[in-house]
Design a protein around this ligand. Structure first.
Ligand SMILES: CC(C)(COP(=O)(O)OP(=O)(O)OC[C@H]1O[C@@H](n2cnc3c(N)ncnc32)[C@H](O)[C@@H]1OP(=O)(O)O)[C@@H](O)C(=O)NCCC(=O)NCCS
Length: 188
């Protein structure tokens, strides 16, 4: 079932009539996605720093201010920041190319509503445009190390069509490495 919950269903689910039921694999459409990549947007950075502090999800030793420099995009629901993506360029040696390694985090109170899918698709497209505009940086795509056991059910699928993230290898600890290639990228 997909689409907006209304009437009886919204009362049964108890979440109000304006929360969307996610269709399988489709990005949430009830989140407002805002670009942050290399914009120095103080408002988004401040919201993201408060988000990381409130949830305590950054690894020890990582300062929120430092992570804010890596912000790609933020998702807002009813004016509240509920998720972010960040990226750092890194070389995947087996592919002999540089990728924007993407991280996503969504507020536990907003998980399983496809906010992360929406953020990842939006962030991929934002970074793809930036990479096309900056060809000298030679960024081949986005990459991700799939760190969350929660997505275990999806690990059996080598290609995720909506985000275009396909399996390209494994870390020594077994975690999957996935990339989505940028359409314009070509090897020298
Ligand atoms: C991983 C994370 C970003 C997912 O956020 P989310 O908004 O809940 O993800 P989505 O709603 O877009 O879910 C996408 C799909 O991922 C899978 N998934 C996400 N959370 C899951 C869970 N708790 N259990 C099982 N599957 C899950 C599902 O397949 C889901 O699709 P479905 O709901 O149709 O089954 C979020 O759990 C998070 O912030 N975790 C902590 C930080 C982290 O581990 N980040 C990832 C590594 S960088």
């Amino acid at each position: 079932m997909s689409g907006r919950r209304t009437g009886l269903l919204s009362r049964l689910f108890g979440r109000g009539g304006d929360v969307e039921t996610p269709a399988r694999d489709q990005p949430a459409t009830d989140v407002e996605l805002r670009p942050a990549w290399q914009r120095g947007d103080g408002a988004i950075e401040g919201d993201a720093i408060a988000f990381w502090r409130r949830l305590g999800i950054l690894p020890l030793g990582v300062a929120p201010e430092e992570r804010a420099d890596q912000l790609v995009a933020a998702a807002y629901r009813r004016g509240e920041l509920i998720g972010v993506t960040t990226a750092v360029p890194d070389r995947i040696e087996s592919l002999r190319a540089q990728f924007f390694m993407l991280r996503a985090a969504v507020d536990p109170g907003h998980r399983r509503t496809h906010a992360a899918i929406a953020l990842i698709v939006y962030s991929r497209d934002l970074l793809e445009k930036w990479a096309a505009d900056n060809p000298e940086e030679k960024i081949a795509g986005i990459g991700a190390v799939i760190e969350n056991e929660d997505v275990a059910a999806r690990l059996a699928e080598p290609y995720w069509p909506v985000t275009r993230l396909g399996l390209v290898g494994h870390m020594p600890n077994g975690r999957q490495i996935r990339v989505a290639w940028f359409g314009h990228f070509k090897y020298d």
